[in-house]
Design a protein around this ligand. Structure first.
Ligand code: HEM
Length: 193
């Protein structure tokens, strides 16, 4: 207590101010100093300060590496296409329109997990795109009941995909695929004989 009374007496005798007024003025001066000195930070210091705030762990390399070049898959069934829905990061992202399979890996932000159009990845999207529908029942290629206008919408999507992505295969039925594989197996065998 004696310390505070002698501090108050010292402030009064040196400055002629009450302790409350003295500390208020002191606080105002410190704030003004900090405000003004903030305008005179050298650019280097500023970027160093920003760097020190930046996360210290480097981002994973795959966050910035471009996707690998599209690989031709040839014939693929709707069932096998599902494996290319982005759940396996080592597989390309594929989308089918009108039986044509496109590698949309460069559009991972659209079609990858959590993307707004992840719903289309690994699927035949013709009907859904023609109808601009997010209904899972429209993830197929049944166009039999569509209007001219809806087919036109689908055509525009197809053009967009052709322009932007690489076609890597065609949708075939399981039966057709098995037959083709048997056929090429026979041919290889004939070549060997
Ligand atoms: C509120 C409604 C919607 C908004 C605001 C919206 C917004 C967008 C935007 C900004 C893009 C990027 C366009 C570009 O690359 O230039 C896009 C692309 C796309 N949208 Fe939508 N969209 C909507 C509804 C839909 C619907 C209903 C569908 C289909 C069911 C759809 C399917 C697509 C597809 C397939 C792409 C192409 C992505 C690509 O380039 O590969 N969108 N959308």
């Amino acid at each position: 207590m004696a310390f505070f009374s002698s501090l108050a007496a010292a402030i009064d005798s040196y400055t002629g101010l009450s302790p409350a007024a003295f500390f208020t003025i002191l606080a105002l001066m410190v704030s003004a100093y900090r405000l003004v000195s903030a305008f005179f930070v050298y650019p280097d210091e500023e970027s160093a300060a920003k760097r020190s705030l930046a996360p210290q762990t480097p981002p994973p390399p795959e966050a910035f590496s471009p996707p690998p070049q599209p690989v031709q898959l040839g014939d693929i069934t709707l069932e096998d296409l599902k494996a290319y829905d982005g759940s396996d990061p080592n597989k390309p992202l594929l989308v089918a329109i009108k039986g044509q399979v496109y590698d949309v890996s460069i559009g991972r932000l659209f079609y990858g997990p959590g993307g707004p159009y992840a719903f289309f990845a690994g699927r035949e999207t013709s009907r859904a795109l023609a109808l601009m529908s997010f209904d899972p029942r429209d993830l197929n290629s049944d166009l039999s009941d569509l209007s001219e206008a809806e087919l036109e919408v689908l055509h525009d999507w197809e053009e967009k995909f052709k322009e932007k992505y690489v076609k890597v295969g065609d949708i075939v039925s399981r039966k057709c695929k098995d037959e083709n594989e048997n056929e090429s197996g026979k041919e290889t065998k004939r070549d060997e004989d």
